[in-house]
Design a binder for this molecule. Structure first.
Ligand SMILES: [Zn+2]
Ligand SMILES: [Zn+2]
Length: 369
């Protein structure tokens, strides 16, 4: 399966019909696509970031005007397909290395049940203490390729601390992602999946300014295209913005993982219930993958300044937004902050957008671990 060419993203159309699409299909105009429809909310949040990331690498707008044109009049699926195609080779899920978000090199690590890819899966310690009271073990044994790909991307994007040398995401463990959403009451535009994505895509020049944006090898953006920059205590290294392209922020890969496609089965997926002849039931993982460090400033996360003036990504509190966050929410909601500055507002919890004439409300997607 190829994650650019093949249908794997679960969506809902205006009619209510749910199906799988390839990323380039999001602008289909007959029975338009209005939302993601994955079986888990963390999957929907991650898939939105996946689509934003694909648009950001494949067709970033050259100017604000171009951005606005596509917000109002989306490009055709055929045009998107053309833009995405040069990147398709980096998005194979199975077959020979390199494979999407899976380590380039052979791994010599533990075999884990596929359920461990899911962020709320009980860890080894919890199982040993027989303490899996709320999220039970054993519920998920086999995943279809679509759910496995989504689980893999969700974990790499949000990775919590996972034991010695199992690295956290580029934004730390369980980062807060702040995505801009269309406010249907404040806009003449229909609220489609395309707009939910495109509102969050930044101009090309803005991305270049988030790090060293000079052209680099493809693996500077997609780290699975070359041997992992490993992070063992003595012999390993950290990975800072100087070691990659700023676009790697959309494709961070802190965990070294190989999905096991050797022993797949026929049947139904334990998450989405779709039939598949390639259900995957385990994966290999090895520690000391990429250890992100230094001044990464992820465009989809709010940051706060520390005493030294460095920016730190915000993390959600267990329980989500609470009273102590109201000032940041209310204060920023009435200010004009350009999209490109939203990460630099030092005491606003949410990035907030009044880009051009399109009022947009912040929609915070939070993961807590
Ligand atoms: Zn599934
Ligand atoms: Zn804005």
């Amino acid at each position: 399966m190829n994650l650019i060419d093949d249908p794997w993203i679960p969506i809902r159309r205006a009619s209510g019909h749910e199906t799988l699409i390839a990323p380039w299909q999001i602008t289909e105009s007959a029975d338009p696509i209005i939302a993601l429809a994955a079986p888990r909310p963390d999957f929907n949040g991650a898939l939105l970031q996946f689509l934003i990331g694909v648009l950001q690498i494949a067709c970033p707008p050259e100017s604000d005007d171009k951005w606005e044109q596509w917000l109002e009049n989306p490009p055709s699926p055929a045009s998107l397909k053309q833009h995405f195609e040069p990147f398709a080779d980096s998005f194979n899920l199975m077959g020979n290395s390199p494979l999407f978000m899976q380590a380039f090199e052979p791994l010599n690590g533990d075999e884990k049940p596929i359920a461990n890819l899911l962020i709320d899966a009980p860890g080894a310690q919890t199982l040993k203490q027989n303490a899996d009271h709320f999220i039970k073990r054993g519920g998920i044994k086999k995943l279809c390729p679509c759910c496995a790909a989504t689980a893999l991307f969700t974990l790499q994007t949000n990775a919590p601390a996972g034991g010695a040398g199992h690295r956290t995401s580029l934004r730390g463990g369980g980062p807060l992602s702040t995505l801009i959403a269309l406010d249907p009451a404040g806009s003449q535009l229909d609220n489609t999946l395309w707009r939910a994505c495109w509102l969050n895509v930044l101009e090309k020049s803005v991305i270049g300014g988030l790090g060293d944006g000079t052209p680099k090898k493809p693996e500077a953006t997609f780290p699975w295209l070359a041997a992992t920059r490993t992070s063992e205590a003595k012999t390993g290294q950290d990975t800072t913005p100087l070691d990659g392209h700023p676009l790697q922020m959309y494709w961070g890969m802190p965990r070294r993982i190989h999905l096991n496609w050797q022993t797949t089965e026929d049947g139904r997926c334990d998450l989405c219930n779709r039939a598949s002849n390639q259900l995957v039931s385990d994966y290999i993982t090895q520690n000391y993958g990429i250890n992100y460090n230094g001044a990464w400033v992820h465009p989809l996360s709010p940051h706060v300044a520390n005493k030294e003036g460095g920016l730190l990504p915000q993390h959600a509190q267990p329980g989500g937004l609470s009273y102590r966050h109201w000032l940041g929410l209310v204060w920023s909601a009435n200010r004009k902050i350009d999209n490109r500055h939203r990460w630099s507002a030092p005491f606003s919890l949410t990035g907030n957008c009044l880009r051009n004439n399109f009022a947009c409300t912040p929609s915070a997607t939070t993961w807590t671990t």
